[in-house]
Design a protein around this ligand. Structure first.
Ligand SMILES: Nc1nc2c(ncn2[C@@H]2O[C@H](COP(=O)(O)OP(=O)(O)OP(=O)(O)O)[C@@H](O)[C@H]2O)c(=O)[nH]1
Length: 603
């Protein structure tokens, strides 16, 4: 085996619980290594999507190359991968870790170890990575780094003597962190003469150059002009260029062993490049592909419908293109009497759903309506068959149903002991069952419970945050399917059933939900020229009702005659408002009505 000198390469991910400061620390590293000059530095440099910057969260992992001149006088190439912290995107973290030898585990010095600190640390340990703990936000007066060190040792079983104290805000300690990375993270190894073996970490669609894949080279090398092959999918392509992100794309002559960079595939069809696949040489393929990734399974499903039905094909096209960048998305066509043609789309969670909807609207100029999120139910019929349904409309008639099973999660909350009672009550209110709890330290208890996924996606997290004054952190994973007494709640507007407003709910909660939803819809649906009764029904039985009173809406009344340009402006504004509405029968319904179920206070 020919070994190339990889002793000056370090590949690491930055992992942490949400908001502990990964992106801020990455910014400081870019600055200190002069990858980006101070005057060009925008905050959250690696969060390249507008949504990420606006919301201050990382959604996609991002790989960037920086060169660090260490205290030993040598230059080191760091491939740094910033990862998301939110539980919806855990799969992004494991994808990134597969490309690295090390992980910087950021822990907020004021918060200590939280739920995703534990799960991300476990992912890194299972991947056998060298872990560098970084205790962040030490500039804050409420920082208690010594206690956090103890938590890292006791709760995560990671030696804390290697911890580096840093402040992403002031830059203090970042130099020590870079030195720790040089000494604690192993350099990559591989065979430069072996056939190419490169793992696809991520990919995105470029209108002009086709699909661009981010890869980690394990063996061999990639040069422009080489004929390469996707091992799982079998397609071949001529490599159109390789490079690294600094953080802008910078072409290089070759990507060698241990390096992380991008490959321009020239492939134009979405679906030809798969994250987790291995790229090899066409003529001399490697013997074994990289282990690849577990497919991320969608947990939450919603209907996405274009407001203008002419945009249906554009929506399909957009989903295909977005899928290149977001392989966890699934979809199939769905038809609604109320909303026309659309798709039933599967997501990893509610945040993922919001992000995808927003990306479709922004990046592909679509106007969309999303319907209430649902989970995947197993419906056992009296004829012995089992149906998997993700849409309330597909629920068969009650006479055909023997029983229904719904997905349950194993969830974990880390919280100060004072809030234990509040969390237990919240779990009971959401049909959950507390299993056990472990004191991690005087400051924190880890509680384990089982809870239906359908309850968690409605409002559990918001309520958890508010009832624990923001102190609780939550992590969960799929557990199993369990039988539940579930019914479909239908909503009628002006006497007509609106299929897109139906949802599946536990029988014990149906009355409260129906009342809450009718009241919420009354607030959301604007007054029309006629009275609009809103009714909630199970089967033929009406169980709740509210009414939107009639009013003649005369927008011009405000103008007191006179000014024509003002009148025109008002009319245009009204037209704009209309675009965001959908006519259901005679009733104009705003988009947000279809997600009203998320806003119902059912307590
Ligand atoms: N005082 C102080 N604030 C910090 C420090 N580092 C980060 N912050 C703040 O903490 C918040 C979260 O920081 P981010 O860097 O966005 O956190 P993150 O871990 O990347 O968050 P996600 O990507 O959403 O998981 C921001 O408001 C930062 O300004 C620090 O060292 N000191």
């Amino acid at each position: 085996m020919k070994t190339t000198d990889t002793s000056h390469i370090r590949n690491f991910s930055i992992i942490a619980h949400i908001d502990h400061g990964k992106s801020t620390i990455s910014d400081r590293i870019l600055e200190l290594t002069h990858t980006v000059e101070e005057r060009d530095l925008e905050s959250q440099m690696l969060d390249s999507m507008d949504i990420e910057r606006e919301r201050g969260i990382t959604i996609k992992s991002n790989a960037v190359r920086v060169t660090y001149t260490a205290d030993d006088g040598q230059d080191y190439d760091f491939n740094l991968i910033d990862t998301p912290g939110h539980v919806d995107f855990t799969y992004e973290v494991s994808r990134s870790l597969a490309a690295c030898e090390g992980a910087v585990l950021v822990v907020d010095a004021t918060q200590g170890v939280e739920a995703q600190t534990v799960s991300n640390a476990n992912l890194a340990m299972n991947a056998d990575l060298d872990i560098v703990p970084a205790i962040n936000k030490i500039d804050l007066p409420s920082a208690h780094p010594e206690e956090v060190k103890r938590e890292i040792e006791e709760e995560l079983a990671i030696p804390a003597e290697d911890s580096v104290l840093v402040s992403g805000k002031t830059g203090e300690g970042i130099h020590d962190l870079l030195e720790a990375i040089v000494y604690l993270v192993s350099p990559p190894s591989g065979d430069a003469d072996a056939p190419l073996k490169a793992l696809i970490l991520d990919s995105y669609f470029d209108e002009y150059r086709g699909i661009i894949a981010t890869v980690r080279v394990f063996d061999g090398q990639i040069r422009p002009g080489a004929r390469l092959r996707m091992m799982a999918l079998g397609d071949t392509f001529l490599c159109d260029g390789v490079g690294v992100k600094r953080p802008l794309e910078t072409p290089v002559d070759v990507l060698g062993v241990g390096e992380v960079g991008y490959v321009v595939t020239g492939l134009k069809e979405p679906g030809l490049v798969k994250t987790g696949d291995t790229i090899t040489e066409d003529e001399r393929p490697c013997a074994e592909a990289c282990p690849g990734y577990h497919e991320a399974k969608p947990m939450v499903f919603t209907g996405l419908f274009p407001i203008d039905n002419k945009q249906y094909e554009n929506l399909r096209d957009a989903l295909e293109k977005l899928h290149v960048n977001d392989p966890s998305l699934t979809w199939e066509p769905e038809t609604s009497v109320a909303l026309g043609f659309g798709f039933r789309v599967g997501f990893l969670g509610l945040l993922h759903m919001e992000v995808v909807k927003e990306r479709l609207e922004r990046e592909f100029s679509l106007d969309l309506i999303a319907t209430s999120p649902s989970v995947n139910y197993h419906v056992y019929c009296t004829d012995g068959t089992m149906l998997q349904i993700t849409s309330p409309q597909d629920l068969p008639d009650v006479t055909r149903i023997d029983h229904i099973e719904e997905p349950y999660l194993k969830a974990k909350v880390i919280v100060p002991p004072d809030f234990m009672g509040a969390v237990m009550q919240l779990v009971v209110d959401h049909r959950g069952e507390t299993k056990d709890m472990v004191y991690l330290s005087e400051r924190s208890v880890e509680m384990h419970f089982d809870i239906p996924l359908a309850e968690l996606i409605l409002d559990f997290f918001d309520q958890l945050k508010s009832r624990t004054k923001g102190y609780a952190s939550l992590d969960y994973e799929f557990s199993d399917y369990r039988t539940s007494d579930l019914v479909r709640l239908d909503i009628l507007l002006a006497g007509e059933e609106v299929d897109a407003l139906s949802f599946i709910v536990h029988r014990d909660k149906a009355y409260d939900m129906a009342r809450g939803l009718c009241d919420k819809l009354k607030e959301i649906i604007p007054q029309q020229l006629f009275e609009v009764p809103i009714q909630g029904a199970i089967g033929n039985k009406i169980i709740s009702r509210s009414t939107v009173r009639a009013r003649r809406k005369d927008v011009l009344a405000k103008c007191y005659g006179g000014d024509i340009s003002r009148k025109r402006k008002l009319l245009e504004k009204q037209k704009e408002g209309k675009k965001r509405m959908k006519s259901i029968g005679r009733v104009e319904v705003p988009q947000e009505a279809f997600l009203a179920v998320l806003k119902v206070d059912d307590d």
